[in-house]
Ligand binder design. Structure first.
Ligand code: NAD
Length: 666
């Protein structure tokens, strides 16, 4: 059976042979054994819904074993035999091109070169799932192969509920991941309901098929590190020889050293897992590998003296680095952290003074002891950071819930008012005011032909559109425009493509719309093949996350999720090809609501109409909300957009004098 036949078949008609687990696969961690005996039966009953009765006896035994061994039922036996990767759109069996484009994106998110735990359908972040199990994948791909342009596939946390009649302007796929009744959104609820097979953690772009490998995160991290240095250095001063200290060389955190190199500084990145550090070194994402503190200290002093641009991975615990650098009086210009504190109790954050192996044993066998050690390490970690910031280090939370978990552990990270943290999140100080409030966010595209030449042509088109816009841009956004022109001009030589032919850059509404329109024109004229547009959920409007994307919202509404919900609904009827809305993503289950879209451009007039309508809303929804929250930059941006778009009429905030409030008595 060839690839196309296998896709169209869906769940096979004959029971496939059980497969041995591939020895070289990077396996997802064993999940918590959380279900009662009755619930385990329910999980197996649920899983067997996908299969004919004759297979139930054999599969029930196998799934019970999977539940025992891995804490989840992945249905490994049903993983298809073809190589999982994004192919050219023409290779997919489909009745409509929009569906073929979605298949391409699904496969890209499960490509072993892209995905973190491909056998368990996890794309990134340890638990960011595309589907819960292989039956869901097979069924979804079959539905997509059958779909016509007036049908919509509804996916409930990976489960394909079915194809429903709709219309050509409706989304082809609607994705929800992890949507819970709010009171059932604690971390253990994810463990339980995911084990039952009724929900999943979609992270941000994993469960919406929009992950494009490490490029997205390299770009975002570069923008952050560059702008953080701009905050702390004098105008014109170079970051060369100045230290950026952080931790984590995993899925996303592994981008930090590469971004540090592009931003021209000395990056020190601690990583407890020697395999992860070595992998990043072999891939060329970090320049040097050091496994002991004396060598690290002398190498760092040398890099400072010589004003080098270099990235160094330290194999060990980040807390040791903060403490030792303090004793050695090594000045750190920028400090942050990207350990996986959105997942603190199951291996996202490793305690100091015990080995990596011993930590993993404690996670499995003595979770309460592990938890205590994580909490005491977090306290020590915060104390060491505080000592450096007293000397002048600029520390920011990098969206990994470091400050949140350190505060929960009793670490000294709260501001005097007892409500805020001592340190800003990178969104509060950097991305929020400098990018999101003006509408700049991680716009991306994938060339569906799969041809590198098409990507080169889109790079040239995007650069020329941005240059044209920049010529008339106000002073306030000149820097952002220039950073992204430089990025796109260097993108090819930075060799960032892994998996599909994808590109990212930060653009505002005008930039996104004009780039998309120029692509659509180039498709229509036959210069390039079709293009899929999208963005990270980590953007202006897509995500309500009080300690990250919306941490620079100060009117009290950062704990609401209306913006993300309006965004997904608004995008869906303005022409998105698919939309998604997720619970969790980045900072953890229950901590964030986030959504995204995909849009297929085929050079048609309908595509032009859709891109104009949807991209305008997709960015300006968030700017309007940020402006209503009294963010000055967003107020500037939305007024500019209203001047450009007469049909846009946004409610503007009146500002009250502080004296009036200060003179009130309560
Ligand atoms: N805001 C953003 O744009 C953004 C970007 C990237 C990542 N993040 C967040 O950063 C976190 C990391 O993401 P990831 O995909 O790299 O996760 P990951 O789990 O793949 O990597 C984290 C790494 O940290 C290492 N680590 C854990 N504890 C450590 C310690 N005490 N000292 C040194 N190393 C330690 C782990 O071994 C692991 O390799 C997540 O919480 C993610 O949501 C946010």
């Amino acid at each position: 059976m060839n690839f196309q036949e296998e896709i169209k078949q869906g769940i096979p008609s004959a029971l496939p042979q059980a497969k041995p687990y591939p020895a070289d696969a990077n396996r997802a961690p064993k999940r918590k054994d959380i279900l009662s005996v009755d619930e385990k039966q329910l999980a197996i009953r649920n899983a067997l819904r996908y299969f004919p009765k004759e297979w139930h006896q054999e599969l029930a035994t196998e799934f019970a074993q999977e539940l025992k061994d891995f804490g989840r039922i992945y249905m490994y036996r049903f993983k298809p035999s073809y190589h999982m990767k994004s192919r050219s759109i023409a290779d997919y069996p489909a009745k409509c091109q929009q569906a073929a484009a979605i298949m391409l994106m699904v496969e890209n998110n499960l490509d072993p070169a892209v995905a973190q735990h491909p056998e368990e359908l996890i794309t990134y972040g340890g638990n960011g799932a595309v589907f819960q199990n292989w039956a869901q994948y097979l069924l979804a791909m079959k539905y997509l192969s059958e779909m016509e342009s007036d049908q919509t596939l509804h996916l409930y946390s990976g489960h394909p509920m079915g194809l429903f009649p709709s219309s050509p302007d409706a989304p082809r796929v609607v994705v929800t991941n992890g949507m819970m009744i709010p009171n059932y959104s604690q971390p253990d609820d994810w463990e339980k309901f995911n084990a039952l097979g009724v929900t999943q953690y979609g992270q941000m772009t994993a469960g919406s098929f929009m992950y494009i490998g490490p490029q997205g995160i390299v770009h975002g991290t570069t923008i952050t590190v560059m702008n953080a240095f701009r905050k702390v250095l004098n105008k014109g001063e170079s970051p060369q020889g100045k230290i950026f200290l952080t931790a984590g060389l995993g899925g996303m955190s592994g981008a930090q050293p590469k971004a540090g190199n592009i931003a021209n500084c000395v990056t020190i990145c601690a990583e407890v897992n020697a395999n992860a550090a070595t992998k990043r070194h072999q891939q060329g994402w970090v320049d040097e590998l050091i496994d002991n503190m004396p060598d690290l200290i002398s190498r760092v002093k040398e890099a400072q003296t010589n004003e080098e641009v270099v990235s160094i991975a330290y194999i060990g615990n980040i807390v040791d680095v903060w403490e030792s650098f303090y004793e050695q009086e090594i000045f750190i210009h920028l400090g942050s952290d990207q350990t996986s504190l959105h997942n603190p109790w199951s291996g996202g954050y490793y305690p100091v003074d015990i080995s990596y192996e011993e930590s993993n044993r404690l996670i499995r066998e003595e979770p309460e002891v592990f938890k205590e050690k994580v909490q005491s390490t977090l306290k020590r970690h915060a104390a060491a950071v505080n000592k450096h910031t007293a000397r002048g280090t600029y520390f920011f939370d990098y969206g990994n819930a470091f400050l949140l978990e350190a505060s929960r552990a009793g670490g000294d990270v709260m501001a005097e008012n007892g409500i805020d943290f001592k340190y800003p999140s990178y969104v509060q100080d950097i991305l929020g005011p400098m990018c999101f409030d003006y509408g700049f966010g991680p716009f991306r595209w994938v060339c569906a032909s799969g041809k590198p030449e098409d990507l080169d042509k889109t790079d040239v088109i995007a650069a020329s559109v941005l240059k044209k816009i920049m010529a008339d841009s106000p002073e306030e956004i000149q820097q952002q425009m220039q950073d992204n022109i430089t990025w796109i001009e260097d993108a090819k030589q930075n060799k960032l493509v892994v998996g599909s032919q994808a590109r990212i850059l930060y653009a505002d509404a005008q930039g996104r719309m004009e780039i998309a329109k120029a692509f659509n024109d180039a498709i229509e004229s036959g210069e390039i093949g079709p293009v899929v547009l999208g963005r990270d959920h980590h953007d202006v409007s897509g995500t309500d996350s009080p300690f990250r994307e919306t941490s620079n919202i100060y009117d009290g509404s950062r704990f609401t999720a209306d913006m993300a919900i309006h965004n997904v609904i608004g995008d869906s009827f303005r022409g998105a090809t698919w939309v998604s809305i997720h619970n969790g993503g980045g900072v953890g289950w229950g901590e964030v609501t986030n959504g995204g879209f995909g849009m297929f451009l085929d050079g048609s007039e309908a595509a032009e109409r859709r891109l104009k309508s949807m991209l305008l809303f997709d960015v300006n929804n968030g700017i309007a909300r940020r402006s209503w929250a009294r963010n000055e930059e967003a107020n500037f941006a939305i007024k500019r957009e209203m001047a450009r778009t007469p049909k846009l009429k946004v409610t503007l905030a009146n500002l009250v004098e502080d004296d009036i409030l200060n003179n009130l008595s309560f």
